[in-house]
Design a protein around this ligand. Structure first.
Ligand SMILES: [Zn+2]
Length: 307
């Protein structure tokens, strides 16, 4: 008996430590999980609205670009802003119940597009990654190298984009319109995608300039869309009058950061869009902008950064 009491006494302290440790751990886990699921800067009303069509989320990643397409159970992410944006994107995805990405697209190898994808590849299950296959020299080699190693580690299928590729996800079609990768200017190597759901079309243009815009017009692909992601963050050297005529969007979205050093969007570019009676939405002004496309209607939701 004395031996037993002594063993019990010996156990008391470690048990107490264990209980304190578990208590602290539960608190840490609570905040960890909470932090993982709370989408920073995004209002609760998004939870109240669950359309069954296609949702296009232009995420506010500051001076960069990241677009999430959701349809049924499918999720496609096109670009991921800079590295630090990747953590917010993962939170945002989980907040919207996305546990797995069917397709991840790296339009081109600049850090304001692939940086955040490094984190996404680290933290998410990804089925397939679409790459531009470019070997153009960029100044973002660190991001490129980290992206490549994370991609290998993730185990996702890596596919080099080719024009006319078409993916089908829950009634949403994703088509590759442009997949050049031999320009010395990496922006011009951006993969250009078209997303179609019922009668709604969205054109995602990466950072292409007038050169690729003209090429797209000349090859005669269907550029007509409802929502145009203005090319290269609304740069003056993109979004030519001809390209706007061919795309004839009712809505243009510009993804750029407040007071960015590039002066994006350019005044001339904005003028050309307005001349074509295109409604312009900007992430630097409105924050994240979501378009819910259903029954041939487009409902616009922003996170209320500006009323
Ligand atoms: Zn860019």
């Amino acid at each position: 008996m004395p031996t037993r009491r002594s063993t019990a006494d010996k156990l008391k302290k470690p048990l107490l430590y264990l209980l304190v440790f578990l208590f602290l751990l539960s608190g840490t886990l609570y905040y960890y999980v909470k932090g993982e699921t709370d989408a920073p800067g995004f209002s609760d009303w998004v939870d109240e609205y669950t359309p069954d069509g296609m949702e296009v989320h232009f995420l506010d990643v500051g001076q960069g670009s990241s677009t999430l397409l959701l349809c049924g159970e499918s999720a496609v992410l096109v670009d991921g802003g800079e590295y630090e944006n990747g953590f917010d994107i993962v939170s945002y995805l989980k907040h919207h119940g996305v546990e797995k990405l069917d397709l991840l697209v790296a339009t081109h190898n600049h850090s304001d597009h692939i940086g955040g994808l490094i984190v996404v590849l680290q933290k998410m299950t990804v089925n397939e990654v679409l790459l531009n296959g470019s070997t153009a020299e960029t100044t973002d080699t660190q991001s490129e190298n980290e992206f490549t190693s994370r991609l290998l580690f993730n185990g996702a299928i890596a596919t080099t984009a080719e024009a006319e590729m078409v993916y089908e996800f829950s009634g949403m079609q994703i088509s590759v319109l442009q997949a050049n990768n031999d320009s010395a200017d990496e922006n011009e190597n951006s993969i250009v995608l078209r997303a179609d759901f019922e009668n709604t079309s969205v054109l995602l243009t990466g950072d292409i300039g007038n050169e690729t815009e003209n090429e797209l017009i000349n090859i005669g692909v269907n550029l007509d869309c409802d929502i145009l992601q203005a090319a290269h963050h609304g740069s003056n050297h993109s979004n030519s009058a001809d390209f706007i005529v061919q795309t004839s969007p009712s809505i243009a979205v510009i993804s750029c950061g407040e007071n960015n050093i590039y002066n994006h969007p350019g005044e001339d570019s904005l003028h050309r869009l307005r001349q074509a009676n295109t409604a312009v939405y900007r992430t630097d002004v409105m924050g994240t902008i979501v378009f819910a496309c259903n029954d041939n209607n487009i409902k616009i939701i922003s996170d209320g950064k500006e009323e």
